[in-house]
Design a protein around this ligand. Sequence first.
Ligand code: FAD
Length: 426
Amino acid sequence: MRDVIVIGGGLAGAAAALRLADAGKTVTLIEARGRLGGRTYSRAGAGTVDMLEFGGGWITDWHARMKAHAARFGMDLRATLPVAARRWHDGQTLRTDTPVEPAQMPAWTDAMASIQAESLAMKGGGGRWQGDNPWRAMSFAAYMQAKALPEAVRREFIAWWTISGSGDITRVNVLDALHSAAHCGGTLQAMLEELSHTIEGGVGTLVARMVAGSGAEVILGDAVVEVTDRGDHVTLRLSSGAEAMARHVIVAVPVNAVGTMRFDPPLRPAQARLAAERHQGRALKMLLRVAGVQPGTLVTGEAEGLRLMFAERQLSDGSTLVIGFGLYDEVPDTSHAAMARAVQAFFPEGQLLSHDWHDWIRDPWSAGTWVSHGLGQSPLFAATEWARKGRLHFATSDIAARESGWFEGAVISGEEAAEAILDGRT
Ligand SMILES: Cc1cc2nc3c(=O)[nH]c(=O)nc-3n(C[C@H](O)[C@H](O)[C@H](O)COP(=O)(O)OP(=O)(O)OC[C@H]3O[C@@H](n4cnc5c(N)ncnc54)[C@H](O)[C@@H]3O)c2cc1C
C-alpha cells in the first residue's frame, strides 16, 4: 500500500507530491486528464512554435514558492514588459491620450481615486473577508451602482474585472477586484503591474518537472470517481474500474470538480454545498497572434466581448502575442472573423494572424477558471471546512489559506496538506 495518493496533477498536487517525496514517502498521483498541469496548460498554439500559456501564466514579485520551484527545476523567469503605450476604447472610439474626453476627466479621476482608497483600505486588514468592510456582502454590479460610477469608469472597472473577480458581475463579490487592486498602488492598472513575470518554457512544464522530481508513480487519463475512508486506510475507485489504496489521500482538485467524486463518508455540509454551487470564476483568456502591433501596448474597453488586451511579447516569428481577456458569457463568438474584428477595434494598425484558447468552463476537470467568490459563499471557503477529514486532506488554490486563486496559493495549499500528513496530525 502507498503512503499517500494525490488526486489531481495540478500545481497543488505536484507541490504536495514533491514535499512528501522529499520526506521519503511513497506517492501515487492520479490525474483525470491525459496531461499534468491542471489549470496551467503550456503548449505551442495559434500557429506558432512558441510555448503559450492557455491557463495561468503570470507570477508576482512576492510569489516566493513559485520562484523557488522554478529555480530548483532549472526554469528561468521572463520579466513582463512594462506598459509602454495605453489606449481606451469606449465602444466607438479608440483613445490614445486620455481615457475619456478632457471635460469628463475630473469625474473620472474622482471615481478612480475613491476606488483606489477603498482598495488600499483592505491592505493589511487580514484578507478579503475580515473586518467590517462595508462591501463584504455586495456584488460588483451593486457596488458600481451604489457608488454611482460614471459609465466610462464602469467600463474600465469591468475590463479589470476580467482579470480579477471575473464572474457574473451581479453574483460575484466586489472584494475580489478591490483586493486584487490593493497589492500595488491600489489603482486598477496595478493589477497588471503586479503580474511581474512569466516562466520561460511554461508553468505547465514546471508542474511536469515537479511531479517527475517527486518520483511519484503517475496514472494519467483515469479519473477518481469514488473515495472511501475505511478508518485505517482509504480506497479509491477509478473511472477505468481500477482500484487503489493508500494510508492517506490528498484531494487536490478544483472545488468545481469535487463533484466528480462520491465520498464515503460524505463531505461536510459546507464542502458539499460549495461543490454543488461551485465558485464563480468564468473568465475567457484568448491568445492572439498579431502582426504589426508594438509589444507593451495595453488597451481596455470592449470589442466582441473582449475587454482587456495586452501585447505581451514578441514571438519567435516576429509577430506579437496579444493576450485578451473577457467574461466567458459575454464572448459568444470566438471565430477568426470575430477575433479579427476585436483586434481591429483595439489595434487598427494590426492584423490577426491566428488565435487559440482553452474552454475552461466546459472542461469538466476545471468547470471554471481561477476561484471567484459568489455572494454569500465566503463561509464555504473557510479553512476549517477544508481541514483534514479522517484520512482525507484537501488542497487547491481555490481554498488556499493565503494567495488563493494564484499558483502560489496552489503550492501553499499542497504543501500544507503534505505537512499535515508528515506532522502526523491525522
Ligand atoms: C485562464 C486562466 C488564467 C489564470 N491566470 C493565472 C495567472 O496568471 N497567475 C496565477 O498565479 N494563477 C492564474 N490562474 C489560476 C491558476 O492557474 C490556478 O489557481 C492554479 O493553477 C490551480 O492549481 P490547482 O492545483 O489548485 O488546481 P488545478 O490546476 O485545476 O489541478 C487540479 C487537477 O485535478 C484534476 N482532477 C479533477 N478532478 C479529478 C478527478 N476526479 N480525478 C483525478 N483528477 C482530477 C484536474 O484534471 C487537474 O489536473 C489562471 C487560471 C486560468 C484558468
